[in-house]
Each structure stands twice: as C-alpha cells, then as structure tokens.
Design a protein around this ligand. Structure first.
Ligand code: TSJ
Length: 643
C-alpha cells in the first residue's frame, strides 16, 4: 500500500503539469484544443479496429457537453501492472507514458495506442468515467477534477460483450469554450471511416437529436468519388492497395475537367500529413514518370518537351494512405505534419509508377485523353509565362492603370511582410487608409457585393472590374496560372462589417480564392479580420477617457470590471462607426487585432459546402438549407436585428 500511494502522488504531478501548460499537449485551449481531446480518445478505438478488433465506433455528445466514445474492441487491459501494482487501466489514464508501454505488439497505430492522449484528456476533464467489457467481466473506474482517482477499479458484474466505453467532460476552467461542434466531429469521423473501410462510425447528438452514420465498403475510392461528386470527371477512380517492405500503401485518384486545382490528401497511420513528406514526393515522381513514359513510348509528345509535374497534376484528386510500422516512422517539421521516412518515397514512387503505367496501357482511350489534357495545361503554362514577360517589358500596362485607381499600395517591397486589406465599402476603405501602417499595409476597398464567381468561366471573371483588380493587385496570376510564390502579399485580409452582408462578402471572396487561388488558402495566406463587438469606456471628471474593447461576452464582463463603476458600452455595428484611430487599434494593428486564418480542415466538407451553397443547383441548396438550418434560430436572429 505504501508503494501504491507514493507512485500515485508521482502520477498526479504529471497530470498537474498538463493542467499548467495544456497548450503544450493539445496545441491550444480554444475550440481546436477542445476537439483535440475527442480525437485523442477516438484514435484509440480506431487503432483497435485497425488491428482487427471491433467494427463499430459510436460517439455521443450529451446535453451537458460531456462526450462518450464506445468501441467493440478487446477492452483496455485491467490487470495489475507488476512494477507499480496498479491496474494497467489506471496507469494508462494517469501517466504521461510513452506509447507502447502497455502493449508489446509492434502493430501499426496512429498516435500509438495509449499514447499520452488518454491521460491528457483525463487531466483536462472534470470527470472521466471508463467502463470496460472484457474477459466476461464489466470493469469500472472513475476520475474527477483533472484526473484524481474517484472510484478505484471495480467489477460491476458479468458480461459476454467486449469493448471500451469512455465518457469525459472537458473542464471549463481550462477551455475558452466547452461547446462541441457537431459538424467538426462529423467531418472527423467521416474522414476516419474513409480511411478505415468496413468500420461503422456512428455520431449521436443528444442536444438536438442529430445523427449520422459513416460506413464505406471501398474506403479511399469512395472518398475520391465524394470529393469529385460535383465535377466533370475524366474516367473512373483508379485505386490500389499493396504492401511492400512492411509499408501498406493505399491510393485512389481521379482526374476532372474544368478544375485547375490539384487536391492531394495524404495520411500516415490514419493521421493527416498536412505538410506532405516523402510519400507525397514519391507519388509525384512516380505519376509524372508514368505519364511521361507512356506519352513518349506511344509517340504522343511529337517532339515537344516533356510534361512537367504540375501539368500532370492539374485537375487531379488523389488520396494517399500509408501504414508503417512504428520502427520506421519519422515525422519532421515543427508540427510533425511531414513524413520523413525515406523508404516511403521509393515504395510509393515505384508502386504508383508500375500500377498507373499498367492502367494507362490497359485503358488506351483514357490515356490519350489524359495526355492531351496535360499538354493543354503545358501550353497554357508556357503562354502565361510569355505573356508575363511581355507585360514586364511594356511600361504602363492596362492593368497598372486599373491598379492605381483603387489600391492604396504599401511602401515596402518585402512582399512576404506586406498585407492587403480587402475592405467592405469606400467609406470603411477611407478609414482604413488613414489607420493603416503605410509601410506594410495596402488597402483595396470594394464597392458593393462582389460577383459569385463559382459557376463563371475565367473569361467572365476577368471581365469583372472588382476581381480583375484583386487579381492584378495580388500579382501572382489566376486559375491554372496562379503561382503563390509570386504573391505581393504575405497576408490577404478580408475586412467587413460583423453583419450578414459582411459575412456574405466574405463567402463570395473566399469562393473566388478557393476556386482560383487555392494555394493562397492552403499555404495559410488568407485571413478574415474580426472587429470588436463592443467598446467599454468611461470619461472622468477631468474629461479623460479610458476604454477597452470586447470581442465576445467574456471580454465584455472583464472589460466592465476593468473600467469599473460608471462604465458605458457602445456596440459596434460596422467598421464605419469607428474612427481611423479605433480601427487601427482594434482591427489592423498586429499588436491587438484578432485575425481568423482560413484553413481547409476537411477537403470534402469544403468542396460540398462551396458546391451546394455557391453553385448553380438551387434545388440542392434549398434541400441543404432545409436540413441544416434551424429556421427558429434564424427568426430569432432576424428579431434581434430589427430591434
Ligand atoms: F484512450 C483510451 F484509453 F481512453 C481509450 C482506449 C478510449 C477508448 C474509447 C477505447 C480505448 C481502447 C483500447 N479500445 N480498445 C483498446 N484496446 C486495448 O487497450 C488493448 C486491448 C488488448 C490488448 C492485448 O494485448 O491483449 C492490448 C491493448 C492495447
């Protein structure tokens, strides 16, 4: 017993460290970090299924924003750990152990089954309750208040079932929000279901009765089909799965017309590798060589130069999923989002080269169409380069005249430090012009609503003054000729009023960037500025005013306390209500401002939303709105706006 309590204290000090510096373990304490707790727990069930145990995973969001994850695997080990004389399950939830300590199988797992995830989640929860069905028994253990053992491991009865049920409730003193987002969890589970074919994922939301089920018989093939569902396809999805030197490689791809973008999504052990790595490099090398070799061997290039990789990837959607043993798993980069394992490059490039070459040989008609499409891309690329060089030699082109008209440029030529504010309305534009830092900040005001560009041809887009100006201002081309490395701005910041018109303008601009300057978003250059909602202030008897700004209700309460008795509150309805000094201080100056970076977390969900909400098919949109918008809430909102 003495031993037991000594090590118990040691364990808890580890969890106290997590509570002290939560961001070190989960990235942040905002909504992102909150959901990270769910992924940490779900990943364990995913790994168990990946190893062949259990084919159903259920996630339930409860009314009190606690959450339950349930699987039908072998159940977390509950036997006594020899050194510590504690049940293994208790150790798993209370130590920041390295993964693999509690299981000796060298299986392939995502974060490593029982990495630190479960104890970190426990440390950041007000309770964490675990029931395990295993070896004919129902086990139960419970922790409270950041991982303190509340109910030691007990046997509740007998069972024939097997599996694990974990319920936890994130601690609201740690997180800035503890409200789970249904769509975000649904997206994550759907993504897991694509990667783990033939496993059923179920999501229930007891707060409003929402439900979803994700099950894919054909995994990645269906993933690609769904991403491309609204596009003009060229041929079917090509896919394969093969294991070489202990590396499982699964790839699905399909080409589309009328889309300049390449969508390559890669995973290693079920974790999205957002910065790519050796597997993506291998894929690109392999497919480039397969297409070029085919073209050359069949005399399709007719003496012209070889196709470049980018020509071959235009309009390509590909999903790559690798599973590697722990022993050769290497991640690189600051956020560990990049695969470093060298063998992966060779394996993937050889596999895609061999398999795709064979596919081309077997599907001659498709192959000829593909090469023709790649050559069109190549010709467009060469023509664009030529046009750019010519434009450079001419003195004052038409574009520059358009530019000088509206844009207030930045003085600096350090493009990566420069910021372009695209501002709603001439009046706010004027304020922003006065409030900017002229060295690095440029202002481009918009008049009225921009066009919805989603279904327009490039010709039509270029005829539109507003977008022609945006394209010329950014200076990096557009559509298939867009080259993010030539952008004149490190940050493109959309600044609108915080109302429905402002939100509409944001979606119209983001639709344009998504379709025609995709890498601006994927490389993290697009932001939305968030102006404050309130100003809290007081003027004392000497006429001196003190003030603070609030972006949400928590800020507002803090602000009231800070200003003290006699405070006044004004609610900002638009940018136009602010002076240039206020706009600078609250929304433009990097010292105080709040920017939201636009990212693509789930490519399928973004593709669907752009297609449905911005596309031509109004019946589809109507259906979606009926299913996804609570019109009671909308009515309430309209009331609020009226008053
Ligand atoms: F992370 C966690 F602990 F919170 C958690 C673990 C949460 C959930 C919802 C599920 C799980 C989990 C763990 N599901 N299945 C397992 N399996 C094991 O822990 C397990 C079972 C048997 C053996 C064995 O070698 O016999 C090994 C392991 C790791």
């Amino acid at each position: 017993m003495e031993n037991y309590s000594a090590s118990n204290i040691e364990l808890l000090s580890g969890l106290a460290g997590v509570r002290k510096r939560p961001a070190m373990y989960i990235g942040s304490t905002n909504s992102y970090g909150l959901h990270h707790l769910v992924w940490e727990i779900v990943d364990n069930s995913v790994d168990e299924a990946l190893n062949g145990f259990g084919n159903k995973i259920t996630v339930t969001i409860h009314k009190d924003n606690s959450i339950t994850v349930q699987d039908e695997g072998r159940g977390i080990p509950c036997d006594i750990h020899k050194q510590t004389k504690m049940p293994a399950i208790q150790l798993i939830f209370s130590t920041l152990h390295s993964g693999g300590k509690f299981n000796d199988s060298a299986y392939k797992s995502s974060a490593g089954l029982h990495g630190v995830g479960s104890s970190v989640t426990n440390a950041l929860s007000v309770f964490c309750d675990i029931t395990v069905y295993k070896d004919g028994k129902i086990y139960h253990i419970r922790f409270e208040n950041g991982g303190n053992l509340k109910v030691p491991l007990e046997v509740l009865g007998n069972t024939t079932k097997h599996g694990t049920v974990v319920t936890f409730k994130p601690d609201s003193t740690i997180f800035s929000t503890t409200e789970f987002n249904y769509d975000r969890i649904a997206d994550h589970l759907r993504e897991s279901a694509f990667l783990l074919k033939k496993v059923r994922f179920i999501l229930n939301d007891e707060r409003n009765g929402n439900k979803d089920e994700f099950y894919y018989e054909n995994g990645l093939k269906e993933y690609v089909e769904e991403i491309n569902q609204n596009k003009t396809k060229m041929g079917d999805v090509f896919d394969f799965e093969e294991t070489v030197s202990e590396i499982d490689c699964e790839i699905a791809l399909q080409y589309c017309y009328n889309d300049y973008n390449e969508t390559i999504r890669s995973y290693v052990n079920n974790v999205h590798t957002k910065d790519g790595g050796t597997h993506e490099v291998g894929f690109k090398i392999g497919i480039t060589k397969a297409v070029n070799d085919y073209a050359e061997n069949n005399n399709l290039l007719r003496g012209k130069s070889k196709l470049e990789g980018s020509d071959i990837r235009e309009g390509l959607t590909a999903v790559i999923s690798l599973r590697l043993p722990e022993s050769i798993l290497e991640f690189e980069g600051q956020t560990k989002g990049k695969l470093g394992t060298q063998q992966a490059q060779t394996v993937v490039s050889n596999l895609i080269y061999t398999k795709f070459s064979y596919y081309l040989a077997e599907n001659k008609e498709f192959a000829v169409r593909l090469i023709k499409k790649c050559q069109d891309s190549m010709n467009a690329r060469i023509a664009a380069r030529k046009a750019k060089e010519e434009a450079r030699t001419k003195k004052k082109s038409k574009e520059q005249i358009i530019l000088s008209d509206k844009l207030t440029p930045a003085q600096s030529k350090e493009y990566d430090k420069n910021e372009l504010f695209i501002v709603e309305g001439d009046s706010a534009g004027g304020t922003a012009k006065k409030g900017r830092n002229p060295k690095y900040q440029a202002i481009l005001p918009l008049r009225g609503k921009p066009l919805n560009t989603d279904s327009l041809t490039m010709e039509k887009i270029l005829q539109n003054q507003e977008f022609a100006t945006i394209i010329n201002t950014i200076g990096a081309g557009v559509g298939q000729n867009f080259d993010v490395s030539e952008s004149h701005y490190g940050k493109i910041i959309i600044m609108t009023d915080a109302d429905t018109d402002g939100a509409h303008i944001q979606t119209l601009l983001l639709t344009f960037f998504y379709n025609n300057m995709r890498s601006l978003i994927t490389e993290g250059h697009v932001y939305v500025a968030v102006p404050p909602l309130y100003r809290i202030y007081k003027t004392d008897s000497k006429g001196k005013t003190t003030e603070v700004y609030a972006w949400n209700d928590t800020d507002l309460e803090e602000g009231k306390k800070k200003i003290g008795a006699g405070y006044k509150i004004s609610r900002y309805k638009g940018l136009g209500e602010m002076s240039d000094k206020q706009l600078k201080e609250t929304t433009m100056d990097p010292k105080n401002r709040l920017l939201v970076q636009i990212k693509i977390d789930d490519p399928l969900s973004v593709e669907n939303k752009v297609a449905i909400l911005m596309g031509k098919d109004s019946d589809k949109r109507k259906k979606w709105l009926e299913q996804n918008v609570d019109f009671n809430e909308v009515d309430k909102f309209i009331e609020e706006v009226k008053h």
